[in-house]
Design a protein around this ligand. Sequence first.
Ligand code: PLP
Length: 354
Amino acid sequence: MVYNFNAGPSILPKEVLDEASRAILDFNGTGLSILEIGHRTPAFESVMHEAISLTKELMQLGPDKEVMFLHGGATTQFFQVPMNFLDVHGVAAYLDGGIWGSKAAKEASLYGHAEVVASSSDRQYTYIPKGFKVPSDASYLHITTNNTVEGTQMWHFPDVDVPLVADMSSDILSREMDFNRFSLIYAGAQKNIGAAGVCMVVADKSFISRRVRKLPAMMDYGKHIENGSMLNTPPVFAVYVCLLTLRWLKSKGGIKGIEDENLRKSSLLYDTLDALPQFRPTVAKEDRSQMNVVFVMDDPEAAEEFLALCDKERMVGVKGHRSVGGFRVSLYNAMPFESVKVLTDLMRHFAGKH
Ligand SMILES: *Cc1c(COP(=O)(O)O)cnc(C)c1O
């Protein structure tokens, strides 16, 4: 057994992998592989429809919301959002809580003025910036709800009068929140939704109508909505894996069900880290992420040894991001509690010997 603590692409439910593998050989008894069918066939159209309607159901989206499955990952959204909504003479506000958010702001500055309203770069992004002001004429405020690399998560959302845009790549569908208060949400699928190659976008119809410039069709949210995310050939297999994961999530009691499980998992890991002096979580306690748990070991020799031990016990993906160092353990929706238990037992065992 391999324990997959990778940050992304990351663990998927076993049931999803089983069913996806079967569909590669024979999709729903059609005698064709999911990789071979046309995207404009009823068989695939129903995959896309169900993926969209399940997303709406699980996130409890209001009637004004549209769901899209687009190419290009979250990184394409970094520029597609300002391309659609930030005028060359306009301003968009950005919260700089981590390297992903800072990349998003940088891309926005290609289209207009991207104003960083607050940043936690002064302390290596180890906390969520709070208590900032947003220009009232900003086209939107962009936030990152979970900072995947640094291991912080937003537990309170700013109350602002401008549209709220959120990169939720690494915590979407992991906890209950009022998704309807966001004008636009995007999330690369490869952390909590499915396979790499597709990005989920949830947007208000009224926000979408505020596009500020002429756009190539593939960059135009309006065109994607009109065409039901099939403006061109969608990433068929990646969308199918999203559908299977959404069905799996529903069977787990939906977002509420998985949120309870995510809390159990992250509490066990943080409690263990707090109890053992050899391990030191790096981020502000109130901003700790339930999805990506970042910690260091102050003794470099012990750190090497622990990393080697994880390797030996077939725990993969625990090494920290190259920009942060230390360790990062990702606990996405599909990670079973039992695997976290195995890891924390290993930590206790290791700490006992040192
Ligand atoms: C992984 C990640 C991205 C980048 O996603 P891609 O799909 O690789 O473009 C952006 N933002 C956050 C918060 C992420 O975790």
